[in-house]
Design a protein around this ligand. Structure first.
Ligand SMILES: Nc1ncnc2c1ncn2[C@@H]1O[C@H](COP(=O)(O)OP(=O)(O)OP(=O)(O)O)[C@@H](O)[C@H]1O
Length: 853
């Protein structure tokens, strides 16, 4: 019996599979029949019998009946033909799918190319097409961002008790857009990239460049698909949604292949542009995870999951943001931080050439811009460069007082645009009056202001403020119009030509109406201006300055009230005085002062102590200009200048060297200081009669650099404390301290250096050289300093400081000073939590609260 079964195994199999074979073969029975005849398994008569059956399923059944009569050999041949057929079908399906995938990929590239091939310039939006490749100017991209790398490191090692907490400084280098996803040092894959840069520096342009090149298959970014989403547009998503729908919103042509595209997620790049513009930017550190593209969820959870790699874990993500919002990005998941540094002089020149096209005109315009150094500095930011060109194009020169500040440039721009508009109107209907102009400007201002306060950058035509603009003629100069496809209907959607222009109009509205000045000073709850209104405040200050107020009144009949201007000046003076005295973060106030260009305001700032804290923020030349402007107008000693984590370079240090000489405490830690930079510091030590405390922790200092500093310290002998934690100094390096300790240097803090071996000749047995935490007064004062800084910090800055100080907790908690320090911190955190209204911030503070208790 068994033997018989074995002999008849194919026949038995066919009998067993009969039902499924009928399903499987019904669509291919005719071709299968032909093969059976060709291979002589069936005769022509058999074929006639089969074809005589009604319907394909009947024909399959007949084939199976005949096979049963023919016996085992025929059954075997049949099964082998069937399995060949299966393989053939599968290959064909795969080929078809691949063909379809490639077709959609090409189509998508065509769409991206079409979408990105034009460039919008602020004054050329009346049907004038400017081709992207003809106007795109190379942007300087810097790989590595000290402050964010440190933050990431701190987030990742949060609460860990590590013995050696050395944080190497980040080596920075310039890269090209092509290298954004290339592996650093050829090791770890780079999947999540964060690109930051200040307003108008070219983040969106960089995204356009990537899309354009991809659309033209011009670069070798190894992706099959790039999905581009802007937060400006995502703000319009109201209800829970899913990732698939988010992709299809703007890419309906991907619908058929989307499953395959999402399955091959390692070949997918998702670009999320303008995180700072996101209405829900505070809620992206998701703890509710979405793992499937079809899962319905809140937009923030979907985006958070994408960033954290819970959704489409193999996909690459490029996120762009202004620096102010980076505190709300889960930096732990970012593999590469890239900073856009804008243009250098060569690129500014290139921009002028491309803008004016005629080389002679371009070079005379460039000369006009170069005549004003401050204006040239502004041109390093592409958006400002573009506006400068636009003004020059309209007015041929910079007549009158030439622009010195960012606001001056925007006011000139507004005037140039209005002027060209009235000229055009005058040529046709002679109706354009100043009154009409100022009315429209005010309406635009109201729209800009209301929406900025609500964190909105896109507005529907049904919005009240948009409806009020109906019929105004020069809107297209400042507003972009798009048509949004909503399910079932379309609606017009507007946005300002650029976010900075919205911020400018918003400030203008606030300056010339009775809208109260926004109160952004640090409240006891630590809710300082969260960066969202930084630029708005700078514009507001500039517009309220006597110079610009006069221009606005003369040219458009817009009047800033005297009281408001006075109140604002008073606010600058009192803010600056307060921040100098308490050591709070001061950069934006310095910019507001700079915008006024009125030395009498700076002279009125007379703090009891001059402390300047601009730490933990990469500084640009414009920032240094604002810093120099204020400090050059003040006299005498600078009690403290805190440039920790600002990316300060050797050139920048040279630029501000005269200020460094006036400092008593100078903090330069968490910057990558090369030998050139150390030499500038040494030069300062050689001449300064005031410098007493110097902080160079985590700044890549090695033995040679330390030696350079020690020989400089010996000249004036004013330095008392040197902080060089977390560097590369060895025992040998410490020997160079021999001649300067304990006099004049009373304290050298060298913990977390390369001091592993116990060297009998070592100098750190000297009491003044600290290589470990101890229980003494010095740490007590350190704790007090940190605590004072925490007290005047916004919650966001506080969290940055807390991350830094929580590192030491494990090692020294037993010391009395540490007990007091952490108890006070814990109380401060508790009081901040009580008043905190922002969910993500509350969560962060609570984590520290748990840690410290
Ligand atoms: N590489 C470039 N080449 C030519 N023009 C540029 C370039 N980058 C920026 N611009 C000009 O500057 C303007 C602002 O650039 P973009 O919108 O990319 O800035 P952003 O960094 O995204 O600003 P924001 O943070 O305010 O959104 C552009 O509209 C364009 O006119």
């Amino acid at each position: 019996m068994l033997e018989k079964d074995a002999h008849n195994s194919s026949l038995t199999a066919i009998t067993g599979l009969r039902v499924s074979l009928v399903d499987e073969l019904e669509e291919q029975i005719d071709s299968l029949l032909e093969v059976l005849v060709t291979r002589e398994v069936f005769t022509r008569d058999d074929r006639e019998d089969v074809l005589g059956q009604p319907g394909p399923r009947g024909r399959v059944r007949k084939v199976l009946d005949i096979l049963e009569c023919k016996g085992e050999e025929a059954a075997q041949l049949f099964l082998s033909i069937r399995s060949h057929q299966q393989v053939f079908n599968k290959t064909k399906a795969a080929q078809l799918q691949c063909l379809e995938y490639n077709k959609v990929r090409q189509k998508h590239k065509d769409v991206l190319r079409r979408r990105s091939e034009c460039m919008l310039f602020h004054n050329s939006r009346h049907g004038e097409k400017i081709l992207f490749p003809e106007h795109y100017v190379n942007l300087l991209l810097v790989d590595g961002h000290q402050v964010l790398e440190v933050k990431k490191h701190e987030v990742l090692t949060f609460g860990q008790k590590r013995l050696c907490l050395k944080q190497r400084s980040v080596a920075q280098r310039t890269i090209t857009p092509l290298e954004l996803f290339s592996r650093a040092n050829g090791t770890r894959p780079v999947k999540k990239v964060l690109v930051t840069g200040v307003a108008g520096i070219g983040k969106t342009m960089l995204v356009q460049k990537i899309l354009f090149n991809f659309g033209r298959s011009e670069d070798s970014l190894a992706f099959d698909f790039i999905i581009h989403m802007s937060f400006r547009d995502l703000n319009l998503v109201e209800n829970p949604t899913n990732f698939r729908d988010l992709v299809l919103r703007k890419n309906k042509h991907l619908a058929k292949e989307l499953d395959t595209i999402l399955t091959c997620d390692d070949k997918l790049l998702i670009i999320l542009d303008g995180f700072d513009e996101f209405r829900h930017y505070r809620s992206c550190d998701a703890d509710v995870f979405v793992t499937e593209p079809d899962e319905e969820a809140a937009l923030t959870d979907i985006l958070g999951s994408l960033l954290l790699g819970e959704l489409l874990p193999r996909a690459s993500v490029l996120l762009t943001s202004r620096p102010a919002a980076t505190n709300h990005i889960p930096v732990g998941c970012i593999d590469r931080f890239v900073l856009i540094a804008g243009f250098s002089l060569t690129e500014v020149n290139d921009f002028f050439s491309r803008y004016f096209r005629d080389p002679t005109l371009a070079s005379s315009m460039f000369a006009a811009a170069s005549a004003n150094e401050l204006m040239l500095t502004l041109c390093y930011i592409p958006a400002f460069c573009c506006i400068v060109c636009c003004i020059l194009k309209q007015s041929k020169d910079l007549s009158g007082e030439s622009p010195k500040t960012m606001t001056d440039i925007y006011v000139h721009y507004l005037m140039a645009m209005l002027h060209s508009h009235t000229k055009r109107r005058a040529e046709t209907d002679h109706q354009g009056s100043t009154q009409q102009l100022s009315d429209t400007v005010l309406k635009l201002g109201k729209l800009a202001y209301r929406k900025l306060m609500e964190h909105q950058t896109l507005f529907y035509s049904s919005d009240q403020e948009v409806a009020a603009l109906e019929g105004c003629s020069f809107l297209s100069t400042f507003l972009d119009k798009m048509v949004a496809q909503e399910p079932g209907y379309t609606e017009e959607v507007f946005s300002f030509a650029h976010l900075t222009i919205q911020e400018f109009f918003a400030a203008l509205y606030c300056a010339v109406t009775d809208q109260p000045l926004p109160d952004d000073s640090l409240s006891s709850r630590g809710e300082a201006a969260n960066g969202h209104l930084d630029l708005f405040n700078r514009f507001l200050s500039g517009i309220l300055s006597n110079r610009n107020a006069a221009v606005l009144l003369r040219q458009v009949g817009l009047r800033c009230s005297k009281e408001k201007a006075e109140a604002y000046r008073y606010k600058i003076i009192s803010d600056l005085t307060k921040f100098c005295e308490n050591g709070a973060y001061i950069l934006n106030s310095l910019h507001c002062l700079f915008e006024q260009q009125d030395p009498s305001i700076a002279l009125a700032v007379q703090p009891a102590k001059l402390q300047i804290n601009v730490s933990d923020n990469t500084l640009s030349q414009m920032d240094y200009n604002a810093l120099k402007y204020f400090l050059n107008l003040t006299k005498g000693q600078i009690s403290e200048l805190d440039l920790t984590g600002t990316g300060v370079s050797c050139e920048a240090l040279r630029d501000i060297q005269p200020l460094l000489v006036r400092c008593k405490s100078l903090w330069l830690g968490e910057n990558n200081l090369n030998m050139g930079a150390v030499q500038v510091i040494a030069d300062v030590l050689r001449v300064s009669d005031t410098i007493t405390y110097l902080g160079l922790g985590w700044s890549n200092i090695g033995d040679e650099e330390l030696q350079e500093l020690c020989s400089a310290i010996q000249v004036k002998k004013t330095l008392k404390e040197l902080w060089i934690e977390g560097n590369r100094v060895t025992h040998k390096g410490l020997l160079s301290l021999k001649n300067v300790t304990p006099e004049p240097l009373k304290i050298v803090v060298a913990i977390w250096n390369d001091l592993y071996d116990t060297n009998p000749e070592s100098v750190h047995t000297q009491e003044s050289i600290k290589v470990n935490f101890t229980d003494d007064d010095m740490w007590d004062s350190w704790g007090e300093w940190v605590f004072r800084r925490c007290e005047v910090s916004s919650n966001e800055k506080l969290v940055t400081v807390l991350h830094k100080v929580c590192k030491i907790s494990a090692q020294c908690l037993e010391a009395q000073w540490a007990k007091t320090f952490y108890r006070k911190l814990s109380e401060l955190i508790k009081s901040r939590i009580e008043c905190c209204v922002e969910d993500d911030m509350c969560k962060k503070l609570k984590t520290f609260d748990c840690l410290f208790n």
